[in-house]
Ligand binder design. Structure first.
Ligand SMILES: C[S@@+](CC[C@H](N)C(=O)[O-])C[C@H]1O[C@@H](n2cnc3c(N)ncnc32)[C@H](O)[C@@H]1O
Length: 225
């Protein structure tokens, strides 16, 4: 019983510290309440991914992705592989700040897609996202608008079929980022051979600190007709 009280007291202190930290940032004028809420949701999503081993980009690669979104200012990003919305949140933060751009994100696991939707809601960015459930290779065929930014982060052997499915909608030029090209190179060899042979394409390596992988790469390809 005494242990339970101590545990409850400790939790109360942690929650209090958490609130004071965000309140201070707000009071100091560093961040709006909305920004603080967004940061809190992103932090919780990252923690959940690490704890229950839901695959995600991790902060090093996510920052790289966000920089590309900031640089290219896309009108429509399509993401294959939502998981619970970690990479989506990083991209949506940039779109929201820019005041333009939308995200269509596709996830085959309905439970994960549901969690992602809830996270987008809580982070205040749900109005910028269209979250779809299904096999990306099939769902992509239903997209009839121009796509100027593509993120491939689903099952490795689906990268090339996904690329081919969305190619008619890719703008000229379009930015295509493919995650896991270090650890998944063999399974996505057809995709990598294609983009490296036909487009300006570069491999960027990262030292990462995820429980399941410490080094991996992202391929950035500039698609042109
Ligand atoms: C590496 S995780 C995505 C991580 C996410 N982009 C992030 O950084 O937060 C890959 C996700 O792709 C999903 N997936 C696997 N095969 C898929 C497919 N054929 N179509 C759509 N999603 C798929 C998995 O269920 C998993 O949630």
């Amino acid at each position: 019983m005494r242990f339970l009280h101590l545990q409850l007291d400790l939790n109360a202190v942690l929650v209090y510290d958490y609130l004071i930290f965000y309140q201070n940032q707000y009071v100091l004028g560093i961040k709006t309440v909305e920004d603080c809420m967004f940061d809190q949701v992103l932090q919780e999503v990252e923690t959940q991914c690490r704890e229950v081993r839901i695959p995600m980009l991790g902060p090093e690669k996510a920052q790289f992705l966000a920089n590309w979104v900031e640089k290219t200012k896309p009108s429509l990003i399509v993401e294959c592989g939502t998981a619970i919305g970690y990479s989506g949140l990083w991209m949506l933060r940039v779109l929201k700040a820019a005041g333009t751009g939308r995200l269509i994100t596709i996830e085959i696991d309905a439970n994960r897609a549901g969690q992602a939707r809830a996270n987008f809601e809580r982070a205040g960015v749900a109005d910028l996202v269209d979250s779809r459930i299904g096999d990306a290779q099939e769902v992509l065929k239903s997209i009839q608008e121009p796509v100027d930014f593509l993120l491939l982060d689903n099952n490795f052997d689906n990268y090339f079929p996904c690329f081919q499915a969305i190619e008619p909608q890719l703008t000229n030029p379009a930015t295509v980022l493919a995650d896991n090209v270090g650890i998944g190179a063999d399974a996505m060899a057809d995709y990598l051979e294609h983009v490296r042979a036909h487009y300006e394409s570069e491999t960027h390596w990262f030292e990462i600190n995820l429980p399941w992988v410490k080094k991996d790469a992202i391929e950035v390809s500039i698609y042109r007709r």
